[in-house]
Ligand binder design. Sequence first.
Ligand code: HEC
Ligand code: HEC
Length: 175
Amino acid sequence: MNYLLRGIGVLAAVGTISLLAFSLPSGEAHGDGGGDALPRLTHKAWQQECASCHIAYAPAFLPKASWRRVMGGLGQHFGEDASLDPATQADILRFLEINAADAGNSRIGRKVMQRMDAQDAPLRITESRWFVRKHDEVPRATWSRKSVGSAANCAACHRQAEQGVFDDDSVSIPK
Ligand code: HEC
Ligand code: HEC
């Protein structure tokens, strides 16, 4: 009995140590969701106001300066009026800035910034050098297919885009 208990104690200790050993190195990957998956973020106003016409584009896809431009021009937002009351606008901008590509808290953001000049502030994710390069294997004509519409329609090909998953396994270009 004593043996058995001690055995379990040792097993439990070993288990805890190996769990630690496994979880420590993957700590960063975990925060980023692994690979190119994005950190899962929740922000009420952002999800309410920025996900009605398209997916709520992850803040880590653009630098702060881009988000300031986007949020400063909501009255004429890609041909739409997406304006908000000043308090909501400021609240969403703060959230976007805290999690932007150059905020330094996501792996994907670092990748986006590696390909961006310091003074660059594109209005579109799809115009960033990072995006263009990631998609250089997608034929030009594919973007304008009816089933896709535009490069901004991430979810047409990334079936789990809304969950922040963009890995190779979940990509499928519609006919
Ligand atoms: C009334 C509809 C509408 C709302 C609300 C809206 N957008 Fe958009 N947004 C659009 C349209 C239309 C486009 C252009 C899509 C395209 O090119 O196919 C766009 C494009 C974008 C793009 C560029 C996508 C690219 O090409 O990389 C960003 C970034 C963006 N929106 C951010 C936001 C944010 C942030 C909010 C919330 C504050 C928001 N949008 C709310 C309609 C909207
Ligand atoms: C026409 C289909 C299509 C659209 C639309 C599209 N993508 Fe992609 N995307 C792809 C393909 C194909 C790949 C390459 C997958 C691979 O690496 O094998 C890719 C790769 C990626 C990757 C890299 C994944 C990895 O594991 O390396 C990211 C991140 C990504 N896309 C984000 C986006 C975002 C954000 C949008 C919308 C603004 C978008 N994509 C729109 C087809 C698309």
